[in-house]
Each structure stands twice: as C-alpha cells, then as structure tokens.
Design a binder for this molecule. Structure first.
Ligand code: GLV
Ligand code: MN
Ligand code: MN
Length: 339
C-alpha cells in the first residue's frame, strides 16, 4: 500500500531511533517537502500559508479540509500525525475533492492551527482528521475504528524550585536546601492530585537541574507540567491543586455532530459498529472545533497496548486500509452535502 511506504519514508527522516521531526526543525521541514511532492503528484494545488502550514487544494470543495500534522515528539512513533496527512492525500485524490492540510508544530501546542485561527485568515467549513487512537479502548472493544466524541482540555506550564547549591560531600544532610528533593515531593503530589480527580491526568516530562553537577547539591530545579481533564471545571481544579500558572491552556471541546454523524454512517455502511470515544490527546481538530469549525475525528485501533509517543506505536495494515476507505467515503459524503 502506497501510504505504508510513505509512512516509512517519513519515519526514516532524522535517522532514528523512532520518528524525530520536532517543531521547528529540519526533520519537520523535510517531511513538509516530501508531502508537498505527494500532494502535487495527487493533482492538488500546493500552497504554504503564512503560518507555515502546507495545503493541497482540489478544485472541488476546497472548503472541506482533511489532514493532521507531520512533526513528532522526540523518538516518536510512525503513525501519530503522519497517518492523517498521508491518508488525507489518498482520500482527496480518490474522492476528487477537498483540501489536504499538514499543520505545523502540533506536538508543541498546535502552533500552526492556533496561528491560523488567530490570524483572521479564511478557515475551512469542515475539518476531518484521521489519527491513531494512542490508547487501548478500540483494541479492548475489538473495533478497528472509532468516532471521537470530544477532546480533553489541557494546561501546560512550569514550576521552579529553589534551594541552596553546595558541596555534596561536606554539607551535612541536616539543614540542606536541596531543590530537587523539593521538586520530587511536588512531582508525587502532582500525580496524586490527578489520580484524585475523575478522568484527569498530569505528567512531569521535563526536569532541568542547576547547576547539574554529580557532586553538587541542586540549587534550582525547573519542571514541566502537562495537566489534562475532560471538562473545564475538573481542569480548573487540577491546575489549582498543582499550583501551576499555565503558559498554555486549551479548553475541552466536543466534535461536530455533522462530521460525527457522517463517520458513523460510513462505518455502518461497512457493517462496523460505531464505537464512540473521547480523545485524551490534543489535536488540531480541537483547535478548529473550538473556533466554530465543524470538525470531527476518526480513530484507528492502536496495538501494543495502545502505546504512542514511542517507536512501539503500531496499527495494522488492514486497519489502516479500512480507515482510508472510511475517510475517503466520509470526505465524499461531506463534500456532496455542500453542493
Ligand atoms: C499531542 O500529541 C498531545 O496530546 O500531547
Ligand atoms: Mn498527533
Ligand atoms: Mn502526539
């Protein structure tokens, strides 16, 4: 299948292990160049908008967009983001309609889609995003595909802990002010705060220790916080419990009823049950939905226990083929409704 070969080509950028196309960077740029060539081969009119997002427009219903992102986390997987772009190119070519979009910098806060909605530039009428589930729900339900009901809200920020740097060998344990010991306590409290709120999760993924010597008591520590919840009230409570002042916040958002309905109808046409599930990951579809664009997402079953943001991320060739079929049919249906 051509899209599997394309996923391999994207995965090879940056030399591994895993997918390495962080935003901004040469890996993401190289992926955009490859995708621009594929869009052009598919007969789409290629354009890069002033925010760096890549668009490939058909002449029929260019206001219906389909796509995802091409950047990855460090040592990411083969499917996150990339699948939605390569499948979108396939779907637009087969349906003879729609605009394929590759947004910039999704992994670092949906940079490209945020810039687009903030700019006042014309937005799509409809946005459809195919993505791997990145969790175990569909595998547990024995379902290859699922329709996303909504996307959790998330808040990201930093906490800084200050102590007193000193000699690791000569400073008695009593009376030390070790900033990393303070941060360690806070990290455990962050875990407990999220565990105590229904549907909430929180993660510390980065720890920067100063001055960072093996024989120096840490004088200051900066940690990242990524906190998520399915509704705004729970997110407020989680943020307050953690005590972080978020530099970035994205509200939880529901997917549009029309796109959800169209996806469910196409699943039913193939005799598949329309499993519905929320997304715990952020997506460009959430940014567009929050600004009023009719948006929806189709999830493909993730294998290996649903692992993602890891080179172990996996979906089967059969599920991917089925997903492209449903994506194409849904793009056709959404375009036809607009004539
Ligand atoms: C994006 O993948 C996110 O949810 O962090
Ligand atoms: Mn993604
Ligand atoms: Mn991701």
């Amino acid at each position: 299948m051509r899209i599997l070969e394309r996923l391999e080509q994207l995965y090879a950028i940056g030399g591994g292990p895993g997918a390495n196309r962080p935003h901004p960077g040469p890996g993401e740029d190289e992926a955009f160049e490859l995708a621009a060539g594929w869009m052009s081969d598919a007969g789409l009119e290629v354009e890069v908008d002033r925010h760096g997002n890549l668009l490939g427009r058909s002449s029929e219903h260019p206001e219906v967009w389909v796509g995802s992102h091409l950047d990855t986390v460090p040592q990411g997987g083969k499917f996150d983001g990339a699948l939605g772009v390569v499948a979108g190119i396939e779907a637009a070519e087969l349906a003879g309609a729609g605009t394929v979009v590759a947004f910039r910098g999704e992994e670092v806060g949906c940079v490209g889609s945020h810039a687009l909605v903030a700019s006042g530039d014309p937005l799509p009428a409809v946005f459809l995003e195919l993505h791997v589930e990145q969790g175990p729900v569909l595998a547990d339900r024995d379902a290859p595909l699922g329709v996303v009901t909504g996307i959790v809200g998330y808040a990201r920020g930093e906490l800084v802990f200050r102590g007193r740097a000193g000699h690791a060998g000569t400073t008695p344990m009593e009376g030390r002010e070790d900033a990393l010991v303070g941060a360690a306590g806070a990290i455990l409290a962050i875990r407990d705060a999220a565990a105590g709120l229904d549907g909430a999760v929180a993660t510390v993924g980065q720890v920067a220790v100063e001055p960072g010597g093996v024989n120096v008591i840490p004088g200051s520590v900066r940690i990242s916080v990524d906190a998520r919840a399915p509704d705004a009230e729970t997110l407020d409570r989680l943020v307050a419990a953690i005590g972080v002042d978020p530099a970035q916040r994205t509200e939880p958002v529901a997917m549009g009823a029309r796109v959800r309905g169209a996806l469910s109808e196409e699943l039913a046409a193939l005799g598949l049950s329309a499993v519905e599930l929320p997304s715990g990951a952020g997506h460009d579809a959430g940014i567009l939905a929050a600004t009023g664009v009719e948006s929806g997402m189709l999830f493909v079953r993730s294998l290996n226990g649903g692992v993602s943001h890891s080179p172990d991320e996996l979906s089967s060739d059969e599920d991917v083929a089925l997903a492209v079929e449903v994506l194409t049919a849904t793009l056709r249906r959404l375009s036809a409704r607009r004539t």
